[in-house]
Write a protein that binds this ligand. Structure first.
Ligand code: ADP
Ligand code: MG
Length: 620
């Protein structure tokens, strides 16, 4: 709740709307106890008094009734009717939507076609028709406004529910033996409530206007009862001679609707979980760079990362996800980057091409040089020309990186034509060739498949084909086999290895599995808490790990035919990178840690084999 209010008031306009609406609501609630004239007390001697007249702050109307009093009572009524209509429409619409979306099939068809029939009429005409049938009156106007708004809620909520009804947690609830009612109430409804609230808060303004419209036409509140619409309606004939009688309710309607809409937008922004997590915050085209010094290159190499620092600045907290990381990759080489989840591997990889989302990501130091050219802070156009062309990425879950609505062939063609001005037919042939290269059987037919029609292994092959589309020099593979089963994993690794040898590709291979590194990589860098703790040729590191963390990681890999042994999980959790301990980040979990490990900065020492440890297992 506190978070909600903070998010809401961060939006100035929403805060303004909340204050204005709050004031209006408080006044409306207090109206009966305020020292006002009776709203319906006529006094024809005092017709059309101007504002600020004696005893009538806002003047009087055509029957000499006090405008201030009528305004307050009218506001009270209009607000009550508007909110009630929104509540009725929201609840009824949501109920219809949830039921239709959850049960689907015939239930869905019947209810939704009914809703469509309501939607087929222009809604003001429909409201008029309903009031015509029920007879004029404020309650009937409320019903009419609520009914015409039901389809909007029903459609909206049905869509959300359909998406939820097939999710795994609903299946799990079914498997746990819950009945439909229970699932609807405990699993589905909590997920749609924010959407209902959002939809309501953004439509209340409309409903107040619609009710006022009906009253204006004489179909809502009946004389002498005042609501804002009927006040406007009665004042219409005196618009020229006594404009204040129209302006007063008009301004109030404007204030209410404007503040409701501003507040509604604010509520939507604060409640929408996607907006809250920053997903719709529109990350910048390339990661923000705030770098004070540029480190000198430490040597040659196709790709050199020198002292890279990438942080996340969230509020007052600074998450040091990547902390002075240096790596280098030679042509045709495969470098493994290994570490537990959260150690900063992905952020390192994404920093290379400026793909870390900003906000909150910031690159605060270091250099990334591709063939000597520094990419950190390079103009977006330069990065864009290199992305996919020189450096391509493969991600863990190809189902979420492939577009679900395009055939895989078309997606490959698009990837090719982004960087090369070839004809569609040529690109098509290239795409088929790529699919064959990644050993997809019957490539020509498979090019017409949609991503969901392929198995996980096939999809990952498409992901690799996509990365190969522009014949890059470097592929950065971020846990490409983690989502696959072991046999498919072996095939994908073999494929990557083949491609590397036949095309001289350099690969930065990210994984948390030493078994995978052992199969594929020439060298390995071990990462922990955002820093490199050990590097060296794979065989040597596997043979004799120097850092206790590396040793423990290797001990986590089960060995086939290795006899029975207890797999040694590493106790404790990786450190939170916004609050790193002094000294070695691994010390709290290390069985060899001494007092010296807990102070100061521990350097990475050695040349071909490097280790960041005061008491390494073997001398580097
Ligand atoms: P992994 O090694 O598993 O790939 P990551 O590189 O994804 O780890 O993450 C490194 C650290 O950065 C983690 O502690 C993570 O919580 C943090 N982090 C990653 N992305 C974000 C983000 N968008 N906002 C805040 N923190 C993030
Ligand atoms: Mg990762």
């Amino acid at each position: 709740m506190k978070l909600f209010l903070r998010l809401l008031f961060r939006n100035r306009l929403a805060g303004f709307g909340a204050v204005v609406l709050g004031a209006i609501v408080v006044l409306a609630v207090l109206t009966p106890v305020l020292p006002l004239h009776a709203p319906n007390e006529t006094n024809t001697a005092n017709r059309f008094l101007r504002p600020f007249a004696e005893g009538h702050l806002l003047g009087t109307d055509h029957l000499g009734r006090d405008l201030l009093s009528r305004l307050m009572w009218g506001t009270r009524l209009s607000l009550a009717v508007g909110f009630a209509a929104a509540l009725v429409a929201g609840l009824a619409g949501a109920a219809i939507g949830v039921i239709a979306g959850y049960f689907g099939g015939r239930t869905d068809n019947v209810t939704m076609r009914g809703v469509d029939m309501l939607m087929a009429f222009p809604y003001i005409l429909l409201a008029l028709a309903i009031v015509a049938v029920l007879g004029p009156g404020l309650l009937n106007a409320l019903i009419a406004v609520a009914v015409v708004n039901i389809p909007f809620f029903a459609r909206n909520i049905r869509g959300i529910t359909v998406g939820i009804a097939h999710r795994e947690f609903i299946d799990a609830a079914r498997l746990a033996g819950m009945g439909h009612t229970r699932i609807l109430l405990t699993e589905v409804v909590p997920n749609v409530v924010p959407v209902v609230v959002i939809a309501m808060s953004t439509t209340i303004g409309w409903m107040i206007l619609e009710t006022a419209g009906l009253s204006f036409l004489g179909l809502g509140s009946q004389p002498p009862q005042a609501d804002l619409g009927s006040m406007l309606g009665e004042a219409r004939s005196a618009l020229i001679t006594a404009p204040h009688t129209s302006i007063v309710p008009g301004v109030m309607i404007l204030l209410i609707v404007m503040s409701v809409n501003l507040l509604g937008d604010g509520i939507r922004d604060a409640l929408d979980p996607r907006l809250r997590s920053g997903a719709l915050a529109r990350p910048m085209a390339a990661t923000r760079v705030e770098r004070k010094t540029v480190p000198a290159p430490e040597g040659e190499g196709l790709l050199r990362i020198d002292g890279l620092e990438t942080q996340f600045h969230i509020g007052a907290r600074v998450y040091k996800a990547v902390n002075k990381v240096s790596l280098d990759l030679k042509p045709g080489e495969c470098l493994g980057l290994i570490g537990e989840s959260g150690s900063g591997k992905s952020v390192t990889a994404l920093s290379v091409m400026g793909l870390v989302a900003s906000p909150p990501g910031v690159i605060t130091g270091g250099a990334v040089r591709l063939n000597g050219q520094d990419l950190i802070g390079a103009p977006y156009e330069v990065l864009r020309a290199l992305r996919g062309r020189k450096v391509a990425y493969i991600f863990q879950d190809p189902l979420s990186t492939l577009h679900p609505l395009y055939r895989i062939g078309d997606q490959l063609i698009e990837a090719i034509r982004v960087h090369e001005p070839v004809s569609r037919a040529q690109a098509h042939e290239r795409a088929i060739k790529l699919l064959e290269d990644v050993r997809i059987p019957n490539a020509r037919a498979r090019a017409r498949a949609f991503p969901h029609e392929l198995s996980g292994g096939m999809r990952q092959r498409v992901g690799i084909a996509m990365a190969m589309a522009n014949d890059p020099d470097i592929i950065i593979a971020d846990e490409p086999t983690t989502a696959l089963d072991v046999t498919v994993q072996a095939q994908i690794l073999a494929l990557l290895d083949d491609l590397r040898r036949s095309r001289g590709l350099a690969i930065l291979f990210i994984t948390h599995d030493f078994g995978v590194v052992g199969q594929l990589c020439d060298r390995v860098a071990v990462m922990y808490g955002g820093r490199i703790v050990e590097t060296g040729p794979t065989a040597e590191v596997l043979e004799a790990p120097a850092h206790p963390y590396t040793r423990r990681l290797i001990a986590c890999v089960p060995e086939l035919g290795g006899g029975r042994r207890v797999l040694a999980a590493i106790p404790g959790l990786p450190p939170a990178v916004d609050d790193l301990p002094q000294g070695c980040a691994f010390a709290p979990r290390c069985d060899k840690a001494q007092d010296a490990c807990r102070k100061g900065e521990i350097a990475l020492t050695g040349a071909a084999r490097q280790v960041r440890c005061l008491y390494p297992e073997v001398a580097p």
